[in-house]
Design a protein around this ligand. Sequence first.
Ligand code: C2E
Ligand code: MG
Ligand code: MG
Ligand code: MG
Length: 299
Amino acid sequence: DADIAMYRAKESGRTSMIFDRQMHQEIVEAINLEADLRAALERDELLLHYQPIVDVQSGRIEGFEALVRWDHPDRGLVPPVRFIPLAEETGLILPLGRYVISEACRQMRDWQLAMPEAANLSVSVNVSCRQFVKDGLVDHVAGVLAETGLAPACLKLEITESVLMHDAQHTAGELNRLKALGVKIAIDDFGTGYSSLSYLRQLPIDHLKIDRSFISGDDCNGESQEIVKSIIALARSLGLTVIAEGVEHQDQLDKLRFADCDKAQGFMFSRPVDKDAALNLLREAVNGGCGCGMQEQAK
Ligand code: C2E
Ligand code: MG
Ligand code: MG
Ligand code: MG
């Protein structure tokens, strides 16, 4: 028995040593990544990709969501899941977020000026909790709009329900100020949060983005379909526009069209692409099709 106990102690000692080493690795990795991210902001290694948002009935591109990428010298193109949480923890989300807002607005204004057909396109930008809490977000947005000349209604800020839950009163104030500027507000990943729905009536919200898990996620099923219908009905009664995220297949789009969903976004139309490819999507759309694999419906 003593031997067994000793053996167990050794074993657990060994596993905890392995565990420590792994934890150590992760901490070192996180520290490296943080230092890298700090430098990345200075070295201009961040860039935006753009994913079209399409009108479900007409098939036209209505706008793009700007999604940040990090072009790391060694790691290649790093997706946001790898560095946004870190940026939020370290406060780097503040300069990062400012960069994303100005770059997205500048880019959209460029496209609008370059193509008359793009004049009414909008750009959607994700905004983190921390940007709301601290950063003079509203003043920054107002400054960027003035500087770029982008019409306020062409900028949509995407926030998750967690932002609303964090400091509801402060956030409500900020949202009202954004609304007064003419900027649009979308609730991102709608249906995955835990907040009460009463905020939808109280806050100046324009759009609901139905979370991808209900459209093409691993557990999207008959129930998801019902949830999608309920969200659309809810949005209708509140006068909000609905955008379905993560549309990958024609049958998903067909269901959304049948359910009278307003807009859709997903790999079916296009993955997020760099600015040149996004411009090409717009050009293709102008030259006949809609540029998003929906030529059939658009006719
Ligand atoms: P999100 O705002 O919900 O963005 C949609 C994500 O779903 C994007 O991932 C997009 O590539 C992905 N997606 C779009 N269509 C499909 C589809 O049909 N199938 C599948 N499987 N995925 C699809 P991405 O670009 O990796 O961004 C992930 C998340 O990172 C975003 O989720 C957003 O929460 C965050 N994020 C991205 N850019 C920014 C940013 O500039 N600032 C902040 N604060 N967060 C950002
Ligand atoms: Mg989003
Ligand atoms: Mg989303
Ligand atoms: Mg998300």
